[in-house]
Design a protein around this ligand. Structure first.
Ligand SMILES: NC(=O)c1ccc[n+]([C@@H]2O[C@H](COP(=O)([O-])OP(=O)(O)OC[C@H]3O[C@@H](n4cnc5c(N)ncnc54)[C@H](OP(=O)(O)O)[C@@H]3O)[C@@H](O)[C@H]2O)c1
Length: 346
């Protein structure tokens, strides 16, 4: 069985590829830049295939599983998934982008018929929150509302920063009565103890707004991240700046700044960092609530472990056909089986 890692010379892609090699796997490394790919192929001793994403169909010979680490995924997921469906290869990625989850979910029937797994979001986005959502739905099966959130400690990588900048112009999103709803950025605020002391937090358009509904059927979903007071004020201002932040010339400048100033966390930061994940299921009619929390490794360290494990399971033939979320594919305890993760129930 052969695994192809696309985006293998990016910050996340190389870490994942290295981890897979350390686990005794022999991934084929791929990406659009021949020279950068050649260097990582030499470092890791792996076969390489250089091609742009729109030529992927011609390069999946003998490939059984694709793990896409090349984001923003709004640009790469669709052509890659389409080629996987045609070739009968499973498709996994580390996206957190709501439009990507939604567009892959629309291919559920096609994937089931082809016997192919479409499993986006196998990184920190959205494995911990998705598995916590499934765990909370088990604890409170008649929940009507789900709130999720996380407090990361550690740095940002260039790709994540660029993806976040790209989303500035999009505003916020929540799920209400089963439907995705656009809302202003940070439209709701509340105090939350993510597991590291109470913090002021605001709603954030995290992937679970798409995925948690499919994992649990709970029709109202919001995701929160903690933000300091100054940032909350900036967020309120961003409601008015949104059209400006989304404009192409402004995006070009922001993306250039990201490329220049943002490096990913180094090995020591990945080792030392932690993330606190919180979830609350609530039944609005009875007032019953259930709260659970996770402590995980630093977000990129977590992503490397989770994405490698999911890709290995797919390689070993353990991946259900059709569109999947991490918890529909591998259950609520997928996250607690990963290294360095603990879960507590209130
Ligand atoms: N799920 C999670 O928790 C999680 C964790 C980490 C990262 N991510 C996401 O993963 C993505 C990558 O992050 P990173 O930190 O690894 O970024 P990075 O170091 O900038 O690497 C991005 C990689 O994607 C490639 N790429 C980007 N656009 C492409 C396109 N249109 N066609 C082909 N290749 C393309 C880049 O190739 P070039 O150098 O040739 O442009 C590079 O190899 C981001 O979207 C980030 O948000 C998610």
């Amino acid at each position: 069985m052969t695994l192809l890692v696309y985006g293998a010379y990016g910050y996340t892609g190389e870490l994942v590829a290295r981890e897979l090699v350390d686990r005794g796997r022999d991934p084929v490394l791929a990406g659009r830049n021949d020279a950068k790919l050649g260097r990582v192929g030499t470092r890791l001793g792996c076969e390489t295939r250089a091609f742009p994403v729109d030529r992927v169909a011609a390069h999946l010979d003998g490939v059984d599983v694709v793990l896409n680490c090349a984001g923003p995924f709004v640009e790469t997921a669709e052509p890659m998934a389409r080629a996987c469906l045609a070739a009968g290869a499973d498709y996994l990625d580390v996206t957190g982008e709501i439009p990507v989850f939604e567009s892959l979910a629309r291919r559920d029937d096609e994937a089931s018929e082809a016997g192919v797994t479409l499993l986006p979001g196998v990184g920190f986005d959205v494995v911990p929150t998705d598995c916590l959502a499934a765990h909370l739905a088990d604890r409170l099966p008649d929940a009507t509302h789900l709130a999720l959130g996380f407090e990361p400690h550690g740095g940002l990588s260039p790709g994540t920063a660029a993806t976040a900048v790209g989303q500035f112009g999009e505003g916020g999103a929540v799920r209400r009565d089963g439907r995705l709803l656009s809302v202003p950025p940070g439209h709701r605020e509340r105090r939350i103890d993510f597991g590291n002391g109470a913090r002021s937090a605001v709603t954030f358009p995290w992937g679970d707004v798409s995925t948690a509904y499919r994992s649990t059927g709970i029709p109202n979903v919001e995701v929160y991240v903690p933000v300091p007071t100054a940032a909350r004020r900036a967020l309120r201002a961003a409601r008015y700046l949104r059209p400006v932040l989304g404009a192409e010339p402004v995006q070009d400048v922001l993306q250039a700044l990201v490329r220049r100033f943002v490096d990913g966390p180094d090995a020591a930061e990945r080792e030392a960092g932690r993330a606190f994940v919180w979830g609350e299921a609530r039944n609005e009619d009875t007032g019953e609530t259930a709260v659970s929390r996770l402590v995980t490794p630093e977000t990129y360290a977590f992503t490397v472990g989770a994405a490698s494990t999911a890709a290995e399971r797919a390689l070993d033939g353990d991946a259900p056909a059709g569109y999947q979320t991490p918890s529909t594919a591998y259950g609520a305890d997928f996250v607690t089986d990963l290294d360095g993760v603990t879960r507590t129930d209130d």
